[in-house]
Design a protein around this ligand. Structure first.
Ligand code: CMC
Length: 430
């Protein structure tokens, strides 16, 4: 970890040295943990543009090269060769499973797919037109009221059981949120189906009609899950870590992550992207829309474009674009109005100097919304699907943090710009 290098800082009349740490790959970091003690000053870095808040062995991103690795494996290889549960095992355990380990893992996840029957009554407390993410935040948070036997965060066995419960129950809860919004009865899990096929059946089967599993569509959704499974220290993962740093239980931490994911700059982008396509409406309006995006005063952004870390190309977008074509071929939807519109938008944006000079490329959400819509998943459910997939990443990161001997409660500092100390004036004199 530590290198022979030192970073030298001159502050006032002091010259201070700070150790430089090196990871296995990626930029070195200057260890400034002793800065405050040595100088009485803090660093200022809103949005964490230059701050590593933890060390991690799970996911690596090289934004300039468009590289995403889960435990060292390129996302392209995982998306081609593995299914989602294999990827979950990898993220949680650090290695890919052998056949026996995979069998055990799938078996355990499968046996945890049902939720406590009383949990289903929570849904009726929500309005039918509630946003499914509002329901998801509430119901996932409520899991901590049901599974008291796995809440001791210092017990690795408890942490393991909670991880299984969350990974297994999220599809059931997400499907229940959807069914509730539709006014349809809940569909119980069927354990002879794969994780993803089971989820699709819980979403789309009705008592009057069995759902026919289509392997191409299941594979497409499974790929969406793999591509969204982890993404190192993004906003929602950092939220899970920060919540967990206080010792909060894993269900509460994942609920916090879901709340953060909901925002349109993060997981809500695929929903916002589809809404944007609907609003543009037609290929003939693309030019006018791009003009608005380029006008700083309009406040309009091209949703599904740009990324804080990927300044080359989002490797997930490449894979999702492929999947998008596969699904639309399978369903004979290549003439779909919104799909054609998105292709026109993509073409213009990739050639326009505004986007090229700012390195704004399509991100995964630009295509995943189109794929999900083709699968029959309504726009309002997109972020729930993201949350379902990201749950494993959140748990892996939370678990890594809890097991880290250097773990401390997260407590950022501030540059205070408010009123200094002053005396209160009684109301009659104000
Ligand atoms: N449309 C138009 N202009 C943009 C966009 C966009 N989507 N994204 C960035 N810009 C411009 C921005 O106006 C700024 O221009 P200038 O330098 O002239 O002021 C420049 O590009 C840099 O933007 P920024 O806001 O400093 O970049 P950021 O790294 O803080 O923001 C982002 C990253 C993802 C929040 C932003 O690109 C965005 O809002 N994109 C649309 C929402 C979206 O698709 N989000 C999904 C991200 S992928 C899913 C995930 O991993 O969570």
């Amino acid at each position: 970890m530590s290198t022979n290098k030192k970073a030298v800082l001159t502050y006032g009349d002091k010259t201070l040295e700070f150790p430089v740490l090196g990871g296995s790959i990626g930029p070195e970091v200057i260890d400034i943990r002793s800065l405050y003690a040595k100088t009485g000053a803090f660093t200022y870095d809103p949005g964490f543009l230059s701050t590593a808040a933890c060390s991690s062995k799970i996911t690596y991103i090289d934004g300039d090269e468009g590289v995403l690795l889960y435990r060292g494996y390129p996302i392209e290889q995982l998306a081609e060769n593995c299914d989602f549960l294999e990827t979950c095992y990898l993220l949680l355990n650090g290695e890919l499973p052998n056949k026996a380990e995979h069998g055990d893992f799938v078996n355990t996840v499968t046996r945890h797919t049902m939720v406590h029957d009383q949990l289903s009554r929570f849904f009726t407390g929500f309005r039918r037109d509630a946003h499914p993410m509002a329901v998801l935040v509430g119901v996932v948070g409520a899991l901590s009221a049901f599974y008291h036997d796995s809440l001791d965060i210092n017990n690795p066995e408890h942490r393991k059981i909670s991880a299984f419960r969350l990974i297994a129950k999220l599809p059931t809860i997400v499907a229940m949120a959807y069914k509730y919004s539709m006014g349809q009865p809940f569909v119980y899990p069927r354990n002879d189906l794969s994780y993803t096929a089971n989820f699709m059946r819980m979403m789309f089967a009705v008592p009057a009609e069995e759902y026919k599993v289509n392997d191409v569509l299941v594979r497409a959704l499974d790929r969406i899950f793999i591509l969204h499974a982890d993404h190192e220290q993004n906003a929602s993962t950092s939220t899970v870590r920060l919540s967990g740093s206080s010792g909060a239980n894993p269900f509460a931490c994942i609920a916090a992550g879901i709340a953060c994911l909901w925002g349109p700059a993060h997981g809500g982008a695929n929903e916002a992207c589809l809404q944007m396509l609907e609003e543009i409406g037609d290929v003939s309006k693309v030019g006018e829309f791009i003009k608005q995006v380029k006008d700083k005063n309009s406040g309009v952004r091209l949703m599904g474009f740009g990324h804080r870390v990927y300044k080359n190309y989002d490797p997930r977008a490449k894979l999702m674009r492929e999947t998008c074509h596969e699904v639309l071929n399978e369903l004979g939807l290549h003439d779909d109005r919104l799909f054609k519109l998105s292709i026109a938008l993509e073409k213009i944006a990739l050639e326009d100097d505004y986007f090229v000079s700012r390195k704004l490329y399509p991100n995964v959400d630009f295509y995943s919304g189109i794929v999900q819509r083709a699968l029959g998943i309504p726009t309002s459910m997109f972020t729930c699907i993201f949350a379902l997939a990201r749950t494993v990443g959140w748990i892996a990161q939370w678990n890594e943090m809890i097991s880290d001997p250097e773990m401390k409660i997260g407590r950022p500092r501030q540059l205070f710009t408010g009123a200094p100390k002053r005396d209160l004036i009684p109301m009659e004199k104000r």
